[in-house]
Write a protein that binds this ligand. Sequence first.
Ligand code: ZN
Length: 250
Amino acid sequence: MPPLQPKLSTPISVLMYHQIGRFDNPKEHRSCYCEVDSFRRQMAWLKYLGYRVITLEQARAAVFEQQLLSHPAVVLTFDDGYENFAEYAYPILREYGYPAVLFAVSGLLGQPARWLANGGVDAPLLSGAGLRELRAGGIEIGSHSVSHPRLGRLDPAAYRAEIADSKAALEDLLGAAVESFAYPYGDYTPEVRDAVAAAGYRVAVTCSRGAAQTAPHPLEIPRKAIAWGDDLLGFFWKLRFKNRRKDRYA
Ligand SMILES: [Zn+2]
C-alpha cells in the first residue's frame, strides 16, 4: 500500500482553553470554561478520529517552513495558568500523551486572576513551583505577559516590559527558554507583534479564529476557542469547518 500522501492543506487547529474543571453553568465568559467531563471526551475523540496532537512549534514549522503533516493536527493551548489545569486537565493530557502549552502571567503566579470581573476569587493561578512541576511533566510553559493588560493600549515602554520581563522571569523560574507568547485578550497591534519578535519569541497566538494556515505571521497564529456550550458535535464543527480566518483584535 502506498504511504499516505502528506498534504500541507491538512488544516491545523490551535485550540484555546482557559479553565478546566467543574463549574456551575457560568453566565458570563462562557468561552473561558470547559467542564472536565467534556474535556475528557474531546481528548478521547481526537484520538479516535486520528488527529495528531502536536506542539505549537511543530505547527509553526508546518505552516511557515512547509514541513508536511500526514494527519489532521491539533495544538492544545491553555491561557492564564489556572490551578485547575494541574488538577483536571494535566492528568488527562498525560493519559493520552498529548503535548500542550500553558500561558502563564508571570507577575501573578500563586495569586488570583485579578483581571477577571469578580476579582478572580474563584480562579487561583498556579505558583512558580506548580509551573516547574508541570514543565518537568512535559507541559510547555509560554508567556501571557506580566500582568495581563491589553497590550495594544499601552505605550511602547510598557508593552515592551510586559513582553520581555515576563519571558525573563519565566526563564529564570524554569531554567529553560520560553519561546511562545499569547496576547492577553488577543489584543495587539503590529508594533506589539514586533516587540514580541524583538524579545526573542518564536511563535505567538491570538484570539482571531481560523486554521493555523491562515496565520499571516508566526507571531499571529489564530486559534479556535472551545466554549462551555460546545458538545462533541460543536467541538468537531469547529475543528473541521471553522478554518477561514475571522479577525478579532481585542
Ligand atoms: Zn488571558
